[in-house]
Design a protein around this ligand. Structure first.
Ligand code: CMP
Length: 188
């Protein structure tokens, strides 16, 4: 997992360098697009789940999420099969305001910033984000950026809808937090 973070970090640094070279017109758009394609492929390969990250490891990550922590282990194991581990690097945009939502995220470790105006909100280990676009069928209402190295668990909108139908308790908790966020209350 650590070496995976390092590889992704190196790719991100390269990306920032190419963006700088492009913004200073040192490289042409064609060269920029070409190197960015290469980076996308390398990032895809680096993000592939490590072979050893089997069920048990994922369940440990799921147990760190507040709304899953008290579930009985069988139920948690079932939910963990729906979640896809994903890493995020410091400064990496995870969600973009205005984009269509096709998934939500749970933070297993690390912290993110929700770029709300006038005041950004920080979310950390155990929290979730990206649920509003799925619940309201609306575009993302804010950018969400990783503040440090994050271990995230991604839930697709299809599985989110299944989970919301299947589990009363989880549905109520997610809806309660979403309501506070829509109202602009200090939610986390
Ligand atoms: P979504 O609109 O899908 O994408 C941006 C996310 O930021 C949003 O879902 C919420 O998960 C999160 N968010 C929006 N407003 C708040 C808030 N007031 N407090 C915490 N998180 C928020």
């Amino acid at each position: 997992m650590q070496s995976q973070f390092l590889t992704l970090w190196a790719i991100r640094q390269e990306e920032l360098q190419y963006q700088r070279l492009r913004s200073e017109s040192i490289i042409t758009p064609e060269v920029f697009n070409d190197v960015m394609h290469g980076l996308t492929d390398r990032r895809g390969a680096a993000e592939k789940r490590p072979r050893l990250d089997l069920g048990l490891k994922r369940q440990a990550l799921v147990a760190r999420v507040t709304i899953f922590a008290d579930l009985d282990p069988r139920k948690r194991a079932k939910i963990s099969r729906l979640l896809r581990p994903q890493l995020a690097l410091p400064g990496q945009p995870i969600l973009r305001k205005g984009e269509r939502g096709d998934s939500m995220f749970f933070i297993s470790s690390g912290a993110v910033e929700v770029r709300l105006v006038p005041q950004p909100v920080r979310l950390g280990s155990g929290d979730f984000f990206g649920e509003l676009a799925l619940l309201d069928n609306r575009p993302r209402n804010a950018d969400v950026i990783a503040l440090g190295f994050c271990r995230l668990l991604r839930l697709s909108s299809r599985d989110f809808n299944r989970l919301m139908r299947a589990d009363d308790g989880l549905r109520k908790q997610i809806n309660a937090i979403a309501r506070e966020r829509r109202d602009g209350a200090p939610a986390n």
